[in-house]
Design a protein around this ligand. Structure first.
Ligand SMILES: *Cc1c(COP(=O)(O)O)cnc(C)c1O
Length: 359
């Protein structure tokens, strides 16, 4: 009986999915298969087509999201792969705010004449649906990076489906533990597995998950020919990290909820952007851009770094990235809350915020 057909809780799937067949003497986890090719006649022919270490990771993520998964060299490679399904000259609808690499990729493809990019406010359900007119692919992200806007995914997915438009949802922030977009009617889920799924800020990896066998086969062929494949070591590390996703994420979410509640009352904070779930939040620093920069520079425990979803807490003023939309406030700090002791995180952040006021 396969794990996929059993009614297992997500926390069990995190631990149990993607293991080798239980046979006497078998290892309990997959080996790292360092090979470029395989002796002819078996399941794997050449390591650009498939690798047993990816397969184990793909099985685990597929089990969590409820579909069939394909691993990619990075989150953006996965996003590029699904964007590749848009017909030449087709139109892509994307959120006004989303991961800025996604926006930059789509803009670059638009500049090259490959596709037309349209953007709309994903938190405004009616406006986003209006913008679906003559669209070939709807790109969803919820909560959004870095503004933490929340989309009504079931309604948006339904509207797109009724118009025959394929939907993709970046589920990096919520993880399959909080949101399963395929269950909500979305066609393809994408993750930057660099973030929560692997969870230790030590690798880059991406993944696509879908229930459509045709689409999966098409994407698999495109991955084989495009060559944007992950290394076996990354896939192995990601699966090792995934085994504790529920524990890490539970602590990180609890820390984020506590910090969000305290930050609302902080005199140096003008606004807290926290959707009420997850471990990402953003704050608008009251005294503006320089004060936000000072906070980023004076924290001792929080790491001033771009990226998120690791066990270590990170802070970043997003507008320091040239690609970030101008509608993201200059004074916005994005916080990726890790699994440290919440009092230590608070003390460090509170001190940095308070000194930003004084300066
Ligand atoms: C980081 C990130 C990506 C890109 O993933 P990489 O693994 O860095 O290529 C895509 N979407 C979101 C929401 C991200 O945070």
């Amino acid at each position: 009986m396969s794990l996929r057909s059993q009614p297992l809780a997500p926390a069990t799937r995190v631990v149990a999915a993607g293991r080798p067949p239980r046979e006497p003497g078998a290892s309990v986890g997959p080996a790292v298969e360092f090979t470029s090719t395989f002796v002819a006649g078996g399941e794997c022919a050449y390591a650009r087509f498939a690798n047993p270490t990816w397969t184990a990771f793909e099985e685990a993520v597929g089990s969590l999201e409820g579909g069939s998964a394909l691993a990619y060299a990075s989150g953006l490679a996965a996003i590029a792969a699904v964007t590749g399904t848009v017909p030449h000259g087709g139109t892509v609808l994307a959120p006004r705010h989303c991961y800025n690499g996604t926006g930059a990729l789509l803009e670059q493809l638009q500049g090259a004449g490959r596709l037309v990019l349209r953007r709309a406010d994903i938190a405004d359900t009616a406006a986003f649906i209006d913008a679906m007119d003559h669209v070939d692919l709807v790109f969803l992200e919820s909560p959004t990076n870095p503004m933490l806007e929340v989309a009504d995914l079931p309604t948006l997915a339904k509207a797109a489906r009724e118009s025959g438009i394929r939907t993709v949802c970046d589920n990096t922030f919520a993880t399959p533990l909080l949101q399963r977009p395929l269950d909500l009617g979305v066609d393809v889920v994408v993750h930057s597995a660099t973030k929560y799924l692997s969870g230790h800020s030590d690798l880059l990896l991406g993944v696509l998950v879908t229930r459509s066998e045709d689409l999966r086969d098409h994407l698999h062929t495109a991955r084989t020919l495009g060559g944007a494949i992950p290394g076996p070591m990354e896939a192995w590390l990601a699966l090792r990290g995934l085994r504790t996703l529920h524990l890490r994420f539970e602590r990180a979410c609890a820390n984020a909820a506590e910090l969000a509640a305290r930050l609302v009352d902080h005199p140096a904070v003008a606004r807290v952007r926290y959707p009420g779930f997850g471990a990402m939040l953003a704050i608008d620093v009251r005294d503006g851009r320089e004060a936000a920069q000072a906070v980023e520079q004076s924290v001792q425990l929080w790491l001033p770094a771009t990226s998120l979803g690791g066990v270590e807490s990170m802070i970043e003023r997003r507008r320091r990235q040239p690609g970030e939309p101008v509608t993201v406030p200059q004074e916005l700090l994005r916080l990726s809350v890790g699994v440290e002791d919440v009092e230590d995180l608070w003390r460090d952040l509170d001190a940095a915020l308070s000194s930003s006021r004084a300066s």
